[in-house]
Structures are given as structure tokens and as C-alpha cells.
Design a protein around this ligand. Structure first.
Ligand code: URA
Length: 238
């Protein structure tokens, strides 16, 4: 692949802009400036530099973010900044999308990708990808509440009961729930349906991925491929 085409594929602007970056000496290969836009490169495994910052080539972008509170999972946020504002411009230009949405006040593991087929696979209820949440609740958690969540509760927009895959009390007021669907405000509404109230919500796992302990709120990292996501929580860490 030609260097200018590679930059274009990674979100560094229109073809002309990419050529301009290269001609201006702002792009490095193996630490040395390459000012030839038509230089042939092997993209797989390549780490190139733009303005001194290393950038690993990814045919598809797949990102794991620790979503901070106070951010909306929307390209057109209404009240708060968007999670997309936490990403560098090349990723935003690649049109990465969140895999499902977390509420503005929910924190934790959020995936973003430019792979539409993967988004479908990860969000379709057919694929049963588990998501694990920790909900701090206003009232102490009771055995009866846990049993009702496991058996299923009816939410106002669907006569069919929805149930959690697993529910346990991590402490008096902290509920740990595993869900395989992703309905609007699902955890908050299910907890309200059993007469408790979510005061804060944090997603700790998505498929086999756990939120890495060293990823601070607002930070993100590349994932190298979708394979480790499919599976059960507690498995692979990125
Ligand atoms: N359930 C909710 O209620 N909110 C979220 O952000 C995610 C799941």
C-alpha cells in the first residue's frame, strides 16, 4: 500500500491532506522521515509516526474505553460532552461508533469500532454476549429482589418479562448483574421494578473482556481483534 493511501485509511484526512502531511516531513517510518507519498509499505503490524506520535496500523478500529461519568454516547450530545470527544481526530474521522450505549452517568467498559458487522454481532440479543454491571443501590439488596431479577420483571415497553442471566449482592448495597440484552435504561428500570433504585452504575465486563484496572476514566486503548470479546466474563484481559 502507498504511504498516502495508508494514512488516508487510518483517518488522517482526505487524500490530498495525507499527501501534504507526508510532503511536509511530518510522517516517519522506523523513526525516519519519509517524504514520498507513493512509498510502498506493508501495513500489517506497521507503526508509523505523525508529528512524533506513534500510530499502529489497524485495518479495523476496535477501541476499549473506560467511560467517565458526564459523557453522552452520541455524535450529537445534548447536555454533556460526547465520548467521541475523548478520541483523537483520526479515530473520529474513521467514524467509529459505540457498541451499544451507556447512559450519561454510567461509567466503565465501552467498546467503539468502525466495523458495522461486529457492532451487530455484539449487540444482537441472538448472540447472548454477556455484559456485567455493578449497581450501587439506594436500599439494601434482598434475596427477594435477586430472585425476581433472575425470574424476570415486566418493563412498561414490553409485555414479555426480561430477566438477568445472573444477579448477586456484591455487598449490602451493591448489586452485580449479568445481562445479555441491551434495552434502554435496562438495569435502572429492572432495579426500579423490584422496588430498589440505582444510584450509580458501572460496567465491569463485556463478553470475555474485563475493564482493565490500569485504565483511568476517560482513557482508551486499542484492541487487536474481536476474538477475545466472545466468551464469558473473567476470561481474557486486553
Ligand atoms: N442499563 C442502564 O440502565 N443504563 C446503562 O447505561 C446501561 C444499562
Amino acid at each position: 500500500m502507498k504511504l498516502a493511501q495508508l494514512l488516508f485509511s487510518q483517518g488522517f484526512g482526505a487524500r490530498r491532506e495525507c499527501e501534504g502531511l507526508i510532503l511536509a516531513g511530518r510522517v516517519t517510518l522506523d523513526g525516519r522521515v519519509c517524504d514520498d507519498p507513493f512509498h510502498e509499505v506493508e501495513p500489517e503490524g506497521l507503526v508509523f509516526g505523525v508529528d512524533g506520535k506513534p500510530w499502529p496500523y489497524h485495518e479495523r478500529a476496535l477501541i476499549l474505553m473506560n467511560k467517565p461519568a458526564g459523557h453522552e454516547c452520541s455524535q450529537k450530545p445534548r447536555m454533556h460532552p460526547s465520548v467521541y470527544s475523548l478520541l483523537p481526530a483520526p479515530l473520529r474521522r474513521r467514524d467509529v461508533q459505540t457498541v451499544g450505549r451507556l447512559d450519561e452517568d454510567t461509567t466503565g467498559l465501552l467498546l467503539l469500532t468502525d466495523d458495522g458487522a461486529l457492532i451487530h454481532k455484539l449487540t444482537s440479543p441472538k448472540h447472548h454476549v454477556p455484559k456485567v454491571y455493578e449497581a450501587s443501590c439506594k436500599h439494601p439488596i434482598t434475596e427477594q429482589q435477586l430472585a425476581r431479577l433472575r425470574e424476570g420483571v415486566v418493563l412498561h415497553d414490553d409485555p414479555k418479562p426480561v430477566r438477568v442471566e445472573a444477579a448477586e449482592a456484591a455487598s449490602d448495597h451493591v448489586l452485580r448483574l449479568t445481562l445479555t440484552q441491551g434495552k434502554y435504561h435496562q438495569v435502572k428500570r429492572m432495579v426500579a421494578a423490584v422496588s430498589n433504585r440505582v444510584e450509580s452504575l458501572h460496567r465491569v465486563a463485556f463478553g470475555a473482556l474485563a475493564l482493565p484496572a490500569d485504565l483511568a476514566p476517560g482513557q482508551w486503548r486499542w484492541l487487536d481483534g474481536p476474538e477475545p470479546i466472545f466468551g464469558t466474563p473473567g476470561g481474557t484481559r486486553p
